[in-house]
Design a protein around this ligand. Structure first.
Ligand code: GAL
Length: 757
């Protein structure tokens, strides 16, 4: 028994040892396997730079980057977007990180689902794409409040974008949360993120914030490192110690490259924002840009020693919900190489040809001996040689033909040739080739929503006690905290004589409807300028400081006048519906610090030049308070649809299963509508506005249209007629809900699809 016990005990021990050994071996093998795979993925990548290029583990990199904002495209589309980008030959992706997207409420941080930046970075990594992260805290980007959470505006004692404790405390807290998400994806940990941009175009505001501003810029770059963002920092248009300063523009002509390189002799020349057209605003024509011009400028930039560029935007996407900045349309297509729906455009296919050629020859471009001269014809000739091979770039920067012997270059064009004189890329010829290749299915009407019903948004008079009363009007954002575009302002006035009455809002934004005794009588008249001047009268103790030329326009964009016709003598009720069009994106929109952003009415309203008092404010629509888009049953809908302003509409539509299962894109044709908000299955597609684009272009005098191949789409049609509906939001049976501010015919609305065979 004893023997037996010993025997078993020894056996048991032996087995245990064997087992342990097996576990260890197994773990080791497992470990080894995962080690070797993670070695591959997770080996550190050392990002540095020399005057010629950014280097990774000592190797110079030609950065061909495309910007897309994960916040502006449905998560379900991210994999395809990245696959298509790889197919078009880019090797890097850039994205802004919008602070308000990750801190939707003060102290509530969200990095899940659509906000899962880690997942986006992982997808980039899986495809071998490098990433440039533009982490803010300020972004710009035609995003609401330039990416800042709107609550910052109301923090006591705050001034944004400068050395200000209330502001910096919030930045610090956010950066700590953000960095925890980003750290695993940094090149220093073997991840895809090679460069991190801090702040954005600080030069635009530097004059306003002086030395404090520079101190802040230095602080914020250091903060990024302090929270563990240990990869190379960059800034654009405004530099900070230790960061590579990059340039932005439609083009970076020779003089600018030369000047920049002179000032930054130890740094490579990187173009952080190459604008392939421009964003679009309500009431203005769409911006377009010729792809040939883009390729020409890229080639010119390479010739002038540029070693990296980032298309801003490469894929613009959509401003879903209320994410668009003031005046920005819901579409953020940008006439970009990949369109709003995620499909390659002619521009994309064409630029892909350039990407292929320059990538193939990147070593020669970045390490070959470069020589540049201007030929007698005016052509700029750049040659790269490395002893074994050479490459020649011929560029015509002028606006006339340049001829060398039998060879002619048309204005603003470029040709790249190899050692044997074979053409590698020709900005004109390759465009024609790409044009011949592109085939794209048309959009077709798929279905018209049926059974429209209506619910009239209650007028303020019938909203009872849900009211804030004050002698003077109270500014809208302090009431809505930017959770709604809407706020009613109500008062009454007495007139002794019948006839015309004049109403002046001395400071107000953005777009107003004037109701007299419950009836809509007039409204704001476009055009609405993008840069509107100051939000406050000048205080002699604190004179205005203008930071750039856009601010010096001193526009009167917050002043409004309305004429009420044929008003009979007596007492009248006046209700003003203030509608916001998004928060500004930068100081220059209001010629002052962003925290002086205002909506609604915040100074006197005059009736026939007399101040109107006793105001009632009703923030939010009743329909918003009832959450109609998600709980439509809370109100009783009227079956017959008689158009009235300020009305909610609901209808149903179905999408055939085979269409849903196909590779297809969807959009709403909003013909028949006026202005408002649109929801599909509870998701807000965005603001809509069928306002005519009449090409008011005054704010854009700084665009060099001819040099940069810019043009405008024809006017006389809505700035935006079509609204992107992500496929992921559609089902077989769907519901569409509108809030319409004006008179509309919703029966004209339809859903269109584009099915890719
Ligand atoms: C730049 C800015 C970007 C974006 C762009 C225009 O000046 O840095 O964030 O706003 O203009 O689309």
């Amino acid at each position: 028994m004893y023997h037996n016990n010993r025997f078993y005990s020894v056996l048991h021990r032996l087995l245990m040892v064997l087992l342990l050994f097996a576990v260890l071996v197994n773990a080791a093998i497992g470990q080894k396997i995962s080690d070797s795979s993670s070695d591959k993925i997770l080996s550190k990548r050392q990002v540095a730079f020399d005057p010629r290029a950014v280097t990774i583990n000592g190797e110079r990199q030609l950065i061909i980057s495309g910007e897309m904002h994960y916040a502006r495209s449905p998560r379900e589309l991210w994999p395809q977007l990245l696959d298509r980008s790889v197919a078009l030959g880019i090797n890097c992706v850039a994205t802004y990180i919008f602070w308000d997207f990750h801190e939707p409420q003060k102290n509530v941080y969200d990095f899940s689902g659509q906000r899962d930046i880690g997942y986006f970075l992982k997808l980039c990594q899986e495809r071998g794409l490098n990433v440039i992260l533009r982490m803010g805290p300020y972004c710009c980007a035609e995003w609401n409040f330039g990416g800042y959470p709107s609550y910052l505006r109301d923090e006591p004692g705050i001034t944004l974008r400068t050395y200000n404790a209330p502001y910096m405390n919030r930045v610090e807290k956010y950066f700590e949360h953000l960095a925890a998400e980003l750290r695993p994806y940094l090149a220093s940990k073997g991840g895809p993120v090679i460069l991190v941009q801090v702040e954005n175009e600080y030069a635009n505001v530097a004059k306003r914030y002086g030395e404090e501003g520079q101190r802040y810029l230095k602080w914020v770059v250091e903060l990024a490192s302090r929270v563990g963002i240990d990869v190379q920092k960059i800034t654009c248009e405004g530099g900070a110690e230790g960061a590579i300063e990059c340039v932005n523009g439609h083009s970076i002509p020779f003089d600018r490259s030369a000047r920049h390189q002179q000032n930054k002799q130890d740094q490579p020349l990187i173009w952080t924002e190459l604008w392939p057209a421009w964003y679009n605003t309500w009431g203005y024509q769409q911006h377009l840009r010729d792809g040939r011009n883009i390729a020409f400028h890229i080639m010119n930039f390479i010739g002038n020693d540029g070693s990296g560029w980032n298309y801003y935007m490469w894929h613009g996407g959509t401003n879903f919900g209320r994410t668009a900045f003031y005046l920005q349309t819901t579409s953020y297509d940008f006439d970009a190489p990949i369109d709003e729906y995620g499909r390659a455009t002619l521009k994309g296919l064409y630029l892909a040809r350039l990407h292929k050629m320059v990538s193939k020859n990147s070593e020669l471009l970045l390490s070959g001996k470069r020589n540049q001269e201007i030929l007698a014809s005016g052509i700029r000739k750049t040659t790269w040689t490395n002893g074994k091979e050479s490459m020649t770039l011929l560029v015509n920067e002028t606006d006339h033909n340049c001829t060398e012997g039998s060879f002619t270059l048309v204005p603003r064009s470029a040709v790249l040739k190899d050692s044997e004189g074979n053409t590698l890329f020709d900005s004109q010829v390759d465009f024609q080739t790409a044009q011949a290749q592109i085939k794209f299915p048309d959009w077709r009407k798929l279905v018209t929503p049926q059974n429209w019903q209506a619910w009239k948004e209650p007028m303020p008079k019938s909203r009872g006690e849900d009211v804030v009363k004050n002698e003077t009007p109270i500014e809208q954002l302090s009431l809505t905290l930017d959770k709604s575009d809407y706020c009613w302002y109500s008062s009454s006035f007495k007139t002794a004589i019948s006839g015309q009455q004049k109403i002046n809002i001395t400071y107000g934004g953005d777009f107003f409807y004037i109701y007299l005794d419950g009836k809509l009588v007039t409204q704001s008249q476009p055009p609405i300028p993008e840069n509107r001047g100051v939000t406050m009268p000048e205080d002699p103790a604190h004179p205005y400081v203008f930071a750039n030329s856009l601010e010096e326009l001193k526009l009167q964009g917050f002043k409004h006048q309305f004429i009420l016709k044929d008003v009979v003598a007596g007492t009248h009720r006046i209700d003003i519906l203030a509608t916001a069009l998004g928060l500004i994106k930068g100081d220059w929109n209001i010629s002052g610090s962003m925290n002086t952003e205002r909506k609604g009415i915040w100074q006197d309203v005059l009736i026939n030049d007399k101040i109107l008092t006793n105001w009632e404010m009703r923030p939010f629509l009743s329909g918003e308070q009832l959450n109609i888009p998600n709980q439509h049953k809370v109100v009783s809908w009227a079956k017959s649809v008689v158009p009235t302003p300020c009305t909610w509409y609901i209808a149903n539509f179905s999408v055939p299963r085979d269409v849903l299962q196909s590779d297809a894109d969807f959009r709403v044709d909003a013909s028949g509508l006026g202005k408002g908000m649109m929801f599909v299955n509870g998701n807000m597609l965005g603001r809509y506005w069928l306002i005519d684009a009449n090409g008011y272009g005054a704010d854009e005098s700084w665009h060099n249209k001819a040099q940069d191949g810019l043009s405008l789409a024809p006017g006389g049609q809505p700035s935006q007629r079509y609204y992107h509906v992500p496929k992921a939001w559609l089902k077989e049976f769907n519901q569409i809900i509108l809030f319409e501010e004006q008179l509309a015919t919703p029966e004209k609305v339809s859903l269109q699809s584009r099915i890719i065979k």
